[in-house]
Design a binder for this molecule. Structure first.
Ligand code: ZN
Length: 446
């Protein structure tokens, strides 16, 4: 049913621009697409949803990198380097998703939790298990979250334990193919939930599996996600094994394509950045996770300047924080540290000049940047885009309260740095209200 929403919009049309649209009326059509946006003061029409002066409207948040089966260990087990963290904590947990009841319980907890935090689009790694992965796609459909859901392919006998892996390259590719078909034929999935080809990363996959998955993605016209140049260990492993950097090695396997999502990518070279810019692949920047596992800070500025698409990711649970707005804060913080450096005993070569980003750029990564990376029609409230949005409380009781006389740019900055699920009062995906707080319904007039 077509609907109208009236409110003030705060958003970022580009990495360096903040846009305020005061008192607008948005008309959303039956398909969930924004049909028109007009100045509210010039319209006498009744509206369905009135946000008033105590709430503002922002585009929904796009999390470009989440490991769904790691949800139960969110906030724990961050004392080991990547290669040990995987074997000691993560693979044992992921292997439990062979149990479909356990998987269903986790998905039913995780998907609504993320929606309440404003994550309207999620790019998920599942586990190796087909039933649990398809159940994740079903949970996204049921709760109304836009998502890309990938069955994880991992078959390398040296890079994975024998109790958690695909039984060879052929089995890996076949299982991924079946999961693509199963997700594409789920009732309610088209236009909302899509499969994505997901080789875990080069160390966990045989050459044959990587090649087969590249062919599968091409043949089925499916997007691809994987990890790229994350940590000295992973970067070094790929250089040793393939004789190229991750990005070029993945390209050789047919895995670099338009809208390929590469998580982390902290160790990219100039040549890698050119490759990504040329092909339309991009980076899921996971700033908090990188602080624990990547041995380096990803340079957002350098990537954007090179024409590389960049979105933002929580990397649950390598990143111990599920809120994408919190991740914006980490993106800004880590860029500051990259610029100034952190070791006071070093004087002249402490940091990398020109690295700093601000809240505007960080929010762009979490919205328009993610949409551009994925090639989806979200990330901005504009005519022709899907109505994926959040309404944030800026009223008297809110921790991101707007005080009389505050500049709107300040209010925006405050929201990006401080709004939590408590302040996110309403969440829409494709025009459907999906996350509503019990603290009060949307006021309806007319
Ligand atoms: Zn990851």
């Amino acid at each position: 049913m077509a609907q109208t929403i009236r409110g003030t919009i705060l958003q970022t049309p580009s990495p360096d621009s903040f846009e305020l649209l005061s008192d607008q009326i948005l008309t959303v059509d039956d398909e969930g697409t924004i049909e028109s946006i007009v100045d509210g003061s010039r319209s006498e029409a009744d509206v369905d949803v009135e946000l008033g002066t105590e709430m503002v409207l922002l585009p929904g948040l796009i999390d470009t990198h989440i490991h769904a089966p790691q949800w139960p260990q969110l906030g724990t087990g961050l004392d080991l380097p990547l290669e040990k963290w995987l074997l000691d904590y993560t693979f044992p947990l992921e292997s439990r998703f062979e149990n479909l009841d356990f998987a269903e319980a986790v998905w039913s907890h995780m998907v609504p939790s993320l929606l309440r935090e404003g994550t309207t689009t999620a790019v998920y790694y599942g586990s190796v298990h087909e039933p649990a992965t398809v159940a994740l796609a079903e949970a996204c459909v049921r709760h109304g979250q836009r998502a890309f859901v990938g069955r994880v392919a991992m078959d390398h006998p040296d890079g994975t334990p024998d109790w958690y892996r695909d039984q060879g390259a052929t089995a890996a590719v076949s299982a991924s193919q079946r999961s693509i078909e199963a997700i594409r034929t789920l009732p309610g999935a088209p236009g909302l939930v899509e499969p994505i080809v997901t080789p875990r990363f080069i160390p966990a996959c045989s050459d044959a599996a990587l090649m087969g998955l590249g062919e599968l993605a091409h043949a089925t016209e499916t997007r691809i996600q994987t990890h790229c140049s994350e940590s000295d260990w992973e970067h070094g492993h790929v250089l040793d094994r393939c004789g190229h950097t991750d990005a070029h090695a993945l390209d050789g396997f047919g895995l670099i394509a338009d809208h390929t999502v590469l998580a982390h990518a902290t160790h990219l070279t100039d040549d890698d950045r050119s490759l990504l810019a040329r092909t339309g692949a991009g980076v899921a920047h996971c700033p908090l996770s990188n602080s624990y596992f990547s041995n380096a800070v990803f340079s957002t500025r350098r990537a954007i300047d090179a024409g590389v698409r960049v979105g933002l990711g929580t990397d649950i649970a390598g990143g111990p924080e599920s809120s994408l707005l919190a991740q914006c804060q980490h993106a800004v913080t880590s860029s500051q540290m990259l610029e100034t450096g952190v070791d006071a005993t070093r004087s002249d070569d402490r940091g990398v000049g020109g690295s700093r980003i601000d809240a505007v750029t960080a929010f762009y990564l979490a919205t328009g940047g993610g949409a551009d990376l994925l090639g989806i029609n979200a990330g901005l409230l504009a005519r022709g885009r899907v109505f994926d949005a959040i309404a944030v409380d800026i009223g008297e009781q809110s921790r991101v309260r707007r005080w009389d006389g505050d500049e709107w740019a300040r209010t925006f900055e405050k929201i990006v740095r401080g709004a939590t699920a408590r302040e996110i009062r309403h969440v829409w995906v494709g025009g459907r209200l999906v996350g509503e707080h019990s603290s009060g319904p949307v006021s309806r007039r007319g």
